[in-house]
Design a protein around this ligand. Sequence first.
Ligand SMILES: Cc1ncc(COP(=O)(O)O)c(C=O)c1O
Length: 510
Amino acid sequence: MDVPLYLEPRLESRLASLLRARTFLHTLAGGLGSPLNVVLPDRIAENLAAFRAVYRRHHLSGGIYFAHKANRSSALVRRLAATDAGMDVASVRELQHALGAGFAPDRILATGPKNGEFLWLAARTGTAVHVDSPGELDELAALVRDHRLPRVRVLLRLSGFRTPGVRLLSRQSRFGTAEGDLDGLLKAVERHGDAVELTGVGYHLDTTSPAEKAVALEGCVKALDTCRVRGFTPRAVDIGGGFGTDYLADGAQWQRYTTELTNAALGTRPPMTWRRHTYGLRNENGTLRGALALYPAHRPTAGARYLDELLSLPAPSLGRPLATLLLENLYELHTEPGRALVDQCGVTLARVLEVRRTQPSERSEAVDDRTSPGHLLVRLDANADDIGLEEHGVLVDPVLVPRTARPVPDTGPVAVYLAGNLCLEADMITRRAVHLPAAPRPGDLLVFANTAGYCMDFSADEAQQQPVARKAAVWQEEAADGLPQEDAPWHWCLDEQYWPHVPRRTKGTA
Ligand SMILES: Cc1ncc(COP(=O)(O)O)c(C=O)c1O
């Protein structure tokens, strides 16, 4: 094989220490089965603190609402309940979960399109509702009146923001109400004044582009100004989520990998993927068409740093930094980070069941034999729905954690395809050849790092009656300064048994 095309995961100190705890990880997987999700609740509190520090730097107040949809873990939610975080819930079950974890309704925001049950429980408990459409506002108001409930705090979700002139700069969304229809929406809020109280406006844009978000943020400030002219007193701008995560340790690996993927699509290098999958690229008579349908796995400016950068951008038409714009109006900033708040908060373990060479016919379709004498098919005791990295377009290598301490046979780097445990051709955990420093053996674990954001339990189901992964919460003893000691022993409990009050030394050590 030529130079291996690694995409090594970014592992900060806690995750790196966990991955070095070979016996601990094997004991957990031995006891709880494969696949197994492992979450690190203390890390989510650190991520929250990084977001809060950005608020402080810009002298802004407001809520940081964890977008619960990113992960179902009770431990993560309960750990957040012990901080000043809020919760962004997108279903009635998520709302119940947040309430049960200790979040009072004034720390919860109900977002996304809602059904009657979700609206009722939000209204009954006094949870603020981020209204998705005029119809939803009518339904909420009717429900409040019918059940004689107190007025419900509402924010209006807007979309389709424009800069002056006709150039549409922010992305279209199927959610929210077009900014241009604000007038009609405010008439509805006036009509429903006995049932709802307008506290803010907001957006969530499915884009990584700070420029598009700057247009939307400025649009929200202007919308708040309009609301105030109309006699309302909202103060919050909710800028949704989408702050992103940097999955990779080395940006140069990402550049090299994507360049080679492009070359493979053009046919100027051997294929790198299962059955010539091209991740959205195509070769039309020697011209590259399409676009790489992948998450930008290397994002040096992600999470809290992305928020910092966005707030420092000049407002597209008003010119002042966006943070200044908020501050001079005494507006609050709400954020709904999902993926970014669970960065480095979890891993998924999968046991290797079988390692075999691909059949010649499979090889000829899938790989080039000139460069790769050793393509292997590795079958894991997990399926593609358990490890959603590929589904979410995140390309990152798993880490091999051998079963025994005896040295791994020096096979040298290998390219492997990772297949799942379903009796289904399509059940490939990755559709690309993954380069590993050594060949795995049955009984080893492959550890997929940083799966807590959408890639752990978002799509997990019981196809073929394979068990859904269990979840364990893990933590390390802390030194006197409150920081984890590097390679201190790891402790664990089942996710649903984790509560923040329990002293850090009393649960199981594997
Ligand atoms: C309304 C809303 N808020 C927040 C988020 C979280 O986004 P992310 O996980 O990219 O931060 C989403 C994701 O879909 C969303 O729809």
